[in-house]
Design a protein around this ligand. Sequence first.
Ligand SMILES: Cc1cc2nc3c(=O)[nH]c(=O)nc-3n(C[C@H](O)[C@H](O)[C@H](O)COP(=O)(O)OP(=O)(O)OC[C@H]3O[C@@H](n4cnc5c(N)ncnc54)[C@H](O)[C@@H]3O)c2cc1C
Length: 636
Amino acid sequence: MGGTKTDRAYIRRAIEAADLNAVRLALYQNTGDPDLARLPPAAQLDDGQREWLIEQAISWLEENAGPRSLPEPPEAELRQLMNLATGEEMGDLEFEARREQAAFRKYPFLVDWDGEAPRIPDGFEVAIIGSGFSGIVMAVQCELLGVPYYVLERQAEFGGTWNINRYPDVRVDTISSTYELSFEKSYRWSEYFARGEEVRSYLDHVARKFGVRDNTRFSHDLKRATFDEDRDLWRLEVDTPDGPQTLEAKIVVSATGLFANPKRIELEGDDAFEGRIVHPARWPEDLSLEGKRVAIIGNGSTGIQMVGKIAEDAEQTYVFQRTPQWIMPREKYGLPVEPEVHWLMDNFPGYWNWSRYMAGAPLFDTHALVTTDRDWQAEGGKVNPGSDALRKDLTEYIKKETGGRQDLIDRLVPDYAPFSRRPVVDNGWYRALTRDDVELVTDPIARLTETGIETADGTVREVDVIVTATGFEVVKYLHPARFMGRGGTDIHEAWEAADGPRAWIGMMVPRFPNFFMLYGPNSQPVSSGPSQATWFTVWSAFIGRCLKRMLTEGASRIEVTQSAYDSYNEALDEEATKLVMMTREGGIEKNYYVNNEHGRVQVNAPWYGPVFQRMFSEVDWDALELTAKREDAARS
Ligand SMILES: Cc1cc2nc3c(=O)[nH]c(=O)nc-3n(C[C@H](O)[C@H](O)[C@H](O)COP(=O)(O)OP(=O)(O)OC[C@H]3O[C@@H](n4cnc5c(N)ncnc54)[C@H](O)[C@@H]3O)c2cc1C
């Protein structure tokens, strides 16, 4: 057997632990056996069909296993495979959006030169601010096009938000294989839901492998960026270990993330409190919770993720909840990836590709869950059939996980619709609440005393440590750096003078030429798209397309027109009215996706995912103004 020292029993264990849909697709791609195409998706296989599939895969692997990759199949075959994956015929829009998901090409989604690359003029350089996921992907896009770039990173290493968040049990809550970059094809995640430390190592590995490390300047903090209209470039004032420096770049890409600024809550009496108050994004290395009384304020993704681990260590844990969350179970959360499955990834050509594809497939059809169905509501439904069914299932889940404890159930079932907020994953949170040494507190906090927390009913709970898992200032895009565009326009002042941060397709703002944001205002897709890691690639490819056009046409500026920006935002506001999060059923006032000051969706792009994706893959050049600098134009 090529490249392995495995026997039939080992291969069987591998297949049984694997994603059977991916097994079927890889096997079909390798063999073309029509019986495989006739099978239903894995969830609908009967025992006989399942066993037949497993046997077919084992027999094929006994003869053919080996470390090979498959080329991208021709379009019709790829489409057939993708239809088989979900058991449904997809439309052209969906095919276009998902065709790179199985990642057969070397650099899926990213763009390269189609023919010979034009000469890159002196001084045409891209400054990328931030070296988290998005900054690294943008850098790889520049590498691919051969465009000079440098990355400025205020921290001392790669990792972005994963460097900052080192709280107990920090890990991804989307399966690792969807949280990886499609151009790195051989990473061995040790767990199905990687821990923060492993995500940091992953990003460091990718940055080194693809040449980004050499162009990254750590401990470089951008303070101010000013567009020089005479020279069509940005001047960047940067704090460095050698003191302040001024750098220049033709193009600036902000990849500074959404979660750079921890949100602090002001609690009456916090000066008097004698214990420690910590934010998860500032977790002290020396903090041991062994034998301590700990309060956790906040039950978003972070607050919920840490409770199980803290409860194991602490003597007593208090969980302060203001708004209950819809919390969903995740299969394989906390489990290691079996060595047999690693073997399969390495030796079953196509399996890695299709397991990635299948891991992302649950996201394909989520749009119906986040939009209201007026007809359904008229008949007495709450939101739409899917959302109401999910609400019922999750309510049952709460009952089961709390062992039917009515005192908990009454306070844990939300009164708004699922998917109105970022979905939260259950890593044993409900069960932790049933422990004798854990108390769920839902009375509002009145103040801190010297030794504890007093709630509105006058009860004081004595604590040693308070964890404020209260999230981030997500609406403070780019903050605290200042960006000054044409005519001295300050981006934050311009946003505040209107109704908060906005952009065209989440990326560009008029009067700010040659400036792009990754993860800018209204860019987090609300549904039906690929994973976040893939979006970073889709967005970077858009910038790649703009760079290509500038270089091909000899343009020195690219800027979105005011009219395109205005009409895009008008359409966006209209589209957002359909989102459940903006309705009473969605609990509008309780949501970090919503800018409450301005009463509008702030973080999300309200579009159906494939429609949003097309805005990046098919650039609307009419929305953009490209101009050559006068002396450049005169020379050419
Ligand atoms: C605890 C936590 C868990 C998460 N889990 C998931 C998950 O499971 N799945 C998922 O899809 N998403 C998850 N996310 C969302 C996550 O933010 C994104 O997936 C992704 O990591 C963001 O990458 P980024 O590069 O856009 O931003 P970041 O990772 O935040 O990187 C931005 C970088 O910019 C740097 N920077 C900022 N300002 C400046 C400046 N002025 N000068 C120089 N450098 C600067 C920062 O130091 C940072 O390194 C999670 C977020 C958090 C906080």
